[in-house]
Design a protein around this ligand. Structure first.
Ligand SMILES: NC(=O)c1ccc[n+]([C@@H]2O[C@H](COP(=O)([O-])OP(=O)(O)OC[C@H]3O[C@@H](n4cnc5c(N)ncnc54)[C@H](OP(=O)(O)O)[C@@H]3O)[C@@H](O)[C@H]2O)c1
Length: 222
């Protein structure tokens, strides 16, 4: 099955970091999990959504996720030759899961210098920022030392929120699954601390594709 996009092209950044795009699937009421936060979510999107997710992954030079997402989907598979990064403070990631073993030379835990010792011995790490991971420096390393021009971020909510807050998200792919989940404490595509009214970020809708009852939206930062 093919993804919904005929061709995936990106404007690219002129700066010293990769172009960053997030891909998420959410219910009509904006929730990104079907069960508990620690559980997998493959039942949220359709087969077309899964095919589109793989299409977007293939377009990236690097993919980053939070450790919560990796722990909920330990069998996560990425295309070979794509750099993969997992953010973790605790270092609680399995260095023998597919994420690491599929392409060990391209898999990294990313964390702060303070948390360097928590990284499992069998995993490579990039440690930047003294107490907290410095995402701007990390993106600079990805761009300059790994030649990553296009970075896909696949959540979860915690990681996405930090990147939004720093103004590092250039584009969002959002699948609206025709479901209602409810729950004040159920995560959305990005939770974290709210932005001030004056700091609300605006995005342009660049495409909208309907397949049966699902909507595939693509937004780009103004
Ligand atoms: N619907 C969708 O499209 C979609 C997509 C992705 C994920 N999900 C779901 O979302 C849930 C996971 O989301 P989540 O928000 O709970 O977690 P998450 O964002 O995936 O991961 C959070 C974890 O990332 C690490 N982290 C976050 N910020 C960090 C920083 N600044 N420095 C170092 N490490 C950092 C920490 O790991 P440690 O705890 O190891 O310190 C933190 O606990 C799962 O249920 C997953 O299946 C849904």
């Amino acid at each position: 099955m093919n993804g919904v996009y005929d061709q995936l092209e990106f404007p690219g950044t002129s700066g010293d970091r990769p172009y960053v795009f997030i891909n998420m699937v959410a219910t009509i009421d904006g929730k990104i999990v079907t069960g508990d936060r620690s559980e997998p979510v493959q039942d949220l999107g359709s087969k077309v959504d899964h095919a589109t997710m793989h299409q977007i992954q293939r377009a990236a030079d690097g993919i980053m996720i939070g450790a919560g997402t990796l722990r909920s989907l330990p069998n996560i598979n990425y295309p070979k030759n794509v750099y993969r990064f997992v953010a973790s403070r605790s270092g609680k990631v399995d260095p023998f899961c597919n994420f690491f073993t599929d392409d060990p030379s391209r898999a990294f835990v990313v964390t702060s210098i303070k948390n360097a010792e928590s990284v499992p011995e069998d995993a490579q790490a990039i440690c930047v920022g003294t107490d907290e991971l410095d995402f701007e420096e990390l993106l600079g390393i990805m761009h300059q030392e790994m030649n990553i021009k296009l970075l896909l971020v696949e959540g979860g909510s915690d990681l996405n929120a930090q990147l939004f807050k720093l103004g590092l998200v250039d584009e969002i792919f959002l699948t609206v699954a025709p479901k209602i989940r409810l729950g004040a404490n159920i995560p959305t595509i990005a939770d974290g601390e709210p932005l001030d009214r004056s700091a609300i970020q605006n995005f342009l809708l660049v495409s909208s594709i309907q397949v049966e009852n699902e909507l595939f939206l693509r937004y780009r930062k103004r």
